[in-house]
Design a protein around this ligand. Sequence first.
Ligand code: A3P
Length: 321
Amino acid sequence: MEKKDDQFEEFFKTLPQKHACGSLFAQYKGFWFDGAFLHGVITFYNHFEAHNSDIILATIPKAGTTWLKALTFSIVNRKKYSIPDSPLLFNNPHLLVPFLEASLYNKGKVPNVKSIPSPRIFATHIPLQCLPNTILGNSSCRIIYLCRNPLDLFTSSIHFLIQNGLFPQEPESMDGAFESFCEGIFQYGPFWDHMLGYWEASIKDSNKVLFLKYEDLKRDINSFVKKIAEFMGYGFSQLEEDEGMVEQVAKLCSLETLKYLDCNNKGGSSHSVIKVAFRSFFRKGKVGDWANFLTPTMAKRLEDLMKEKFKDTGLTLTIHD
Ligand code: A3P
């Protein structure tokens, strides 16, 4: 289904639509997409061809995408660049690992990604249920999914939107945004179906999908640096471990390092679908920061929603540090 700009506009009009958080969302294949992103989602679906060596990073926004990009880039390229020469010290992680729908295929563009040297690392927020077969069935590329508890996810999203001037100023906006989040009408939502799609796929084939939780990475990043490296086929040698390479990668990719680098992490901005300041990707990085933001009633509602939606699935998410 090729969709040029005007064809896309026509197609968009046929989808169920809702306003939430100052954006117009359309429901496509069971998920809610901001109208500005959907063209890229469909173009990517139609044109992308996966290579067996590809690594696809999947997240729902604000689950820690920037961190995962930094980690995977550093692990894969650690022999090419020593830590003091790492491009991460000079570039925001989003410039080193591109988004598929939101950057490469944004607004119907069809980029030439064939010549990118392998392993190609791409990132996406697209739910597994909407990924093309070239990723899911026809290639042996690997997917790394990073999940995060919805209380912190919502908190982080609102701060991000406010920081970028994308959140409506009206006093009732917060209530509306929270209601939409709980109804699943939020960027790439419902969050529970997003998480469960990748969760179930990781249970079915753990060589294909590595399911990670932000809270686990915060608790023990060194173990997860090793785990991610092994999953990608870039495991650390004993010598590297003895030399402290795992810890060095973890430190390089930490919020404390990246946030304060004197590079575009502080001053630059991304110009893909919407203009966002690179610095807005680095905030507190705390598990449980929701407690400074959500009322007890809001927190209870999200906890109840998690219980209901994840019941009997085996998926559990920690909400406290
Ligand atoms: P908070 O707003 O809770 O601080 P994304 O990268 O998916 O947009 O997610 C952004 C969230 O991840 C923000 O959470 C941000 O602070 C946190 N984050 C960004 N880089 C990080 C890093 N290197 N380590 C841990 N958390 C990080």
